[in-house]
Design a protein around this ligand. Structure first.
Ligand SMILES: C[S@@+](CC[C@H](N)C(=O)[O-])C[C@H]1O[C@@H](n2cnc3c(N)ncnc32)[C@H](O)[C@@H]1O
Length: 282
């Protein structure tokens, strides 16, 4: 199976600057590419991942870097329960190559496997959710998270045929162009990915030290919109615009970036990435 190649890591590092002696929160450990780089740059790292399959890689870093590295096998929204402050909080959102390339995880329509799609490997699978979701629920999921035009037809077909495998789901989608967005939409809904991002971002201002940075790498427009709108809110003055004393924004926006042509050539999975960041000013 392909090892995950970190996306936009050089851009993230140049936005963070010198992190030696800093405490960095890596919200999405994955294969540990980001965490390793932060540790090698002299930082202390706390990392989250909800996928228990990454624990072996996390243990390797713990052996190598001792108590400079701590791993928390929980959804990153649980960062709201931490008490310490961080100099940087970094999200590299979405799924890893290990998740998408392992047919048993049921994320990919390129291999036939039971429809699973759980990032955390517990709770109901997407196949189980086909029993729970109504046609109306599924239409909303397909529209909101996949922008799928024939959402009604696909939702009805799912309810009627109750696909058990990735290929059965793929085959009930008539237009091949809709297949990837259907898989994406169901995955986002099953894993409550949008709720997770919103809850975690809500916790970020309280967890960052003054001068601390939050960096987010996103891979599709739905997660990118949440990050963009949240950062816009944090970087805008607050209060009644008709009164003289607006509260100045607590954060400064960093310039948004996309991967270089070189990176996309080396790693095609980087092609849809966007990097956004903010700095806490007081
Ligand atoms: C794109 S990969 C991160 C790759 C990592 N930066 C690296 O260099 O290896 C995203 C990871 O985030 C995890 N993840 C996604 N949503 C999560 C959430 N809400 N809570 C915790 N982990 C999450 C996934 O399980 C996956 O391992």
């Amino acid at each position: 199976m392909m090892k995950h190649i970190p996306v936009m890591l050089d851009n993230v590092m140049s936005c963070l600057g010198d992190i030696s002696g800093c405490h960095v929160l890596d919200a999405t450990f994955g294969a540990g590419g980001y965490s390793r780089k932060f540790l090698e740059s002299g930082a202390m790292v706390t990392a989250f991942d909800r996928d228990p399959n990454v624990i072996a890689d996390a243990n390797k870093l713990a052996n190598e870097f001792g108590n400079r590295f701590r791993f928390i096998a929980k959804p990153f929204s649980k960062m709201s329960e931490l008490y310490e402050k961080f100099d940087a909080i970094v999200f590299d959102l979405g799924i890893s190559s290990m998740q998408i390339d392992n047919p048993e995880r049921g994320f990919s329509f390129r291999a036939d496997a039971p429809l699973d799609m759980r990032m955390s490997v517990d709770g109901p699978t997407v196949r189980d959710m086909f029993e729970q979701w109504s046609v109306a629920d599924m239409v909303k999921i397909l529209r909101d998270f996949g922008d799928i035009k024939p959402a009604v037809a696909i939702a009805k077909a799912i309810k009627q045929q109750m696909p058990q495998t990735t290929f059965e789901l793929r085959d009930l989608v008539h237009n091949p162009r809709d297949v990837a967005p259907v898989f994406q939409a169901l995955r986002i809904a099953l894993n409550d990915e949008i709720g997770e991002i919103s809850r975690a971002l809500n916790a970020v201002p309280g967890l960052l030290d003054i001068g601390g940075r939050c960096m987010c790498v996103t891979f599709h427009s739905i997660e990118d919109r949440i990050v963009k709108n949240t950062f816009r809110d944090w970087t805008s003055p607050h209060g009644d615009p008709h009164l003289p004393s607006l509260t100045p924004p607590q954060f400064k926006l960093l310039r948004a970036q996309t991967p270089s042509g070189d990176e996309i050539q080396r790693n095609p999975r980087a092609r849809s990435a966007h990097l956004r960041g903010v700095v806490k000013s007081y």
